[in-house]
Design a protein around this ligand. Sequence first.
Ligand code: B12
Length: 455
Amino acid sequence: MRIAFVSGNREKLPDACVPLGLLYVMASTPRRHERALFDLCFEQEPEEALQRWLERTPHDLVALGMRNVQNNDYSGINDNIAYYRGLIDAARRVSDAPIVIGGGGFSVMPAELMEHLRPDFGISGEGEQAFARLVDALEVEGTEGVAALDAIGSLFRFVGGVVVGNPPEPEFLVMDDLPVPDRSLVDDRYSTRYGIESVQTKRGCALRCDYCTYPLIEGRVGRVRRPEAVADEMEAVMAARPETRHFFIVDSVFNLPRRHAKNVCRALIDRDWSVPWTCYANPLGFDREFAELAVRAGCAGMEIGSDSGCEEVLKRLRKGFGTAEIRRLHETCRDTGLPDCHTFILGTQGESLGDVARTLDFVRDLDPFAAIMMIWVDDHEALEPALRVKRMALREQIEAMLSACTPDHPNWIIPPMGVNFDAQVFRRLRRGGLHGPLWQHLRGFAGSPRVTGIA
Ligand code: B12
């Protein structure tokens, strides 16, 4: 079968991200199939570009990667759905091939997206095995073919006009069994313009944070890679793309399990690794030895989903840690010279304005290297009109509080209000030769602005 893989993602904030998930799926597609990749990230007119490419690329199946439903301030959900619907319609105008969609964005709301986007198939969660089995099943005709489709875990399709989703596979994939993504297929502009690469050291997150969608994508069962395989992959990326300036370890939380994270750091140290990298970290399982190893292994900073400075809110969000653990993490970072950036989400369900004020006080007192302030976005349609009005008023009050704080906190980033976060800031940052997350360039520990060129 000839498969046309299409990466739909065009988001470039905070960075353009290589289509790692789609590359994993491609790498696991049996060699007997022809595979071609088209990445829409840098296309000016994506629908037209897709049509032109499909017209000149013989194919029997279109495999579309959908990474994001939301954008950075979580305001763009409708835009992204309309965009992907436009891509599918455009493909249909020039191609009769079935369309299968998958990716992190698709996986967070697969049934709804099937309805909105109307592809032929959708695969939710890890795609490697399910996609390979779908390709096989599509080659089988009649009732046997239908039975083969029924047996594919997390496959969505229309049966009698209604969306039907198969139950997930009982087992998750073993990461060391998966072929490594082929970076030679990746557009040069990811490394030449943005300089950032992505690497995954494990899948699965056992944490139970109330709102989190990550387990929908990679499950709760942790599956780690051999640390040497991670280091091999990172070295291979540098050999192929020496212009790479930064890596992002895309694991949901890198430091859990702690032993694995330390071993990855040790594998990098053994190879005198020096290219900076960033990861997500959690106050649980964060100790001094890990921080020290990470610094020696080239870590340029860690992003922590601290979420709140209020004990009750942290409990309600089922974070599993309190403010004491956040403080301990910050002190460890400060003592080991590891920049820490904490994300806080203000105005979650049940949170009062007083709770928000307590969180802002907590952040001021904590004084982390950087803080990212998000405002909770409600699903307005699901709210009673009276509650909707109340929640909208709370949002306005939170915005007013944040506006009052910003002059004193140059190291606070507030994406929903465009504070220290818009396309222009990023353009100046990259033009100034600075790579990696923006927050790492905002200030030094002493509080003095480190980079003046971007303010
Ligand atoms: C690391 C990460 C980041 C890093 C990326 C750094 C980098 N250089 O790569 C940073 C911090 C920059 C980031 C930014 C954003 N992110 Co982010 N990110 C992640 C995270 C944790 C991992 C993504 C990843 O690379 N995974 C590893 C790859 C291998 O997995 P994968 O892409 O999911 O692919 C697998 C499956 O999805 C599937 N699959 C993938 N493609 C296809 C295609 C087909 C045809 C099929 C069948 C299957 C398939 O198979 C793959 C292999 O198993 C995920 C959450 C998560 N745990 O997955 C969120 C996530 C992808 N991000 C998300 C979002 C929204 C964003 C942002 C828009 C802003 C934000 N608010 O966070 C920006 C957009 C950036 C961009 N340019 O697109 C959402 C997307 C879904 C949604 N809710 O809209 C996620 C799911 C988190 C969430 N909130 O729910 N992100």
